[in-house]
Ligand binder design. Structure first.
Ligand code: COA
Length: 174
């Protein structure tokens, strides 16, 4: 008979988490998750990762700059980086114990479940932690914000002011 052996990590270092995403662009919903994650972890690495299904509007450099500008320079617990290759490998190498993902609605669940289980299969020392997005941000996504901005819709309050400005510049009509 096989016995159940719970997996216990022996790492005892600082609690580091990785928050991956496309961040095209960062929204108030992402910021909400970041603040919640900072209540649980000592350090948070915001990692811009490649989703093969997406063709971003903003370059990697622009996305990094927009994320950095969303925090005061004195916020030393946050790092912004990019990931190429497998996310869990990156997380493991960076000493992260967890990958943070935000959940907005039931519709997020299927994909997130698959992602988390595949990540665990590849690297079981890294857990996925799901955080509930604040109620106010449950309906937003980067795509819907870009779509509204593209057609001249007002997206202020849904993204940081500097991101709003970037979207305005990008979609400004001649
Ligand atoms: N508030 C607002 N929007 C939110 C949100 C929140 N709290 N949480 C998620 N979203 C939105 C995002 O804006 C994004 O919207 P979009 O689809 O319109 O761009 C969407 O929900 C989810 O995107 P995001 O969280 O950015 O993740 P993603 O699906 O683009 O990224 C990766 C998935 C990058 C994490 C995944 O592809 C990955 O791990 N890639 C690395 C390679 C790898 O390891 N692959 C193997 C995976 S098993």
């Amino acid at each position: 008979m096989s016995t159940y052996e719970p997996f216990v990590s022996e790492q005892t270092s600082q609690r580091v988490a990785v928050y991956p995403g496309t961040f095209d662009p960062i929204t108030m919903g992402h910021l909400d998750i970041i603040h919640r994650a900072l209540n649980l972890f000592d350090r948070l690495i915001i990692a811009i990762a490649k989703n093969p299904a997406k063709e971003p509007l903003f370059t990697l450099e622009e996305r990094i700059a927009m994320i950095r500008a969303s925090f005061p320079a004195k916020e030393k617990r946050i790092e912004v980086d990019m990931v190429s290759g497998l996310l869990v490998d990156y997380a493991y190498k960076r000493g992260a114990k967890a990958i943070i993902r935000g959940l907005r609605a039931v519709s997020d669940f299927d994909y997130e479940f698959q992602l988390a289980l595949m990540n665990r299969r590849i690297e079981r020392e890294v857990e996925t932690v799901f955080l509930m997005t604040g109620f106010r941000w449950i309906y937003i996504s980067s795509s819907i914000i870009k779509d509204a901005a593209r057609h001249g819709g007002d997206v202020s309050g849904l993204v940081p002011d500097h991101v709003c400005e970037k979207l305005r510049e990008r979609f400004m009509r001649p």
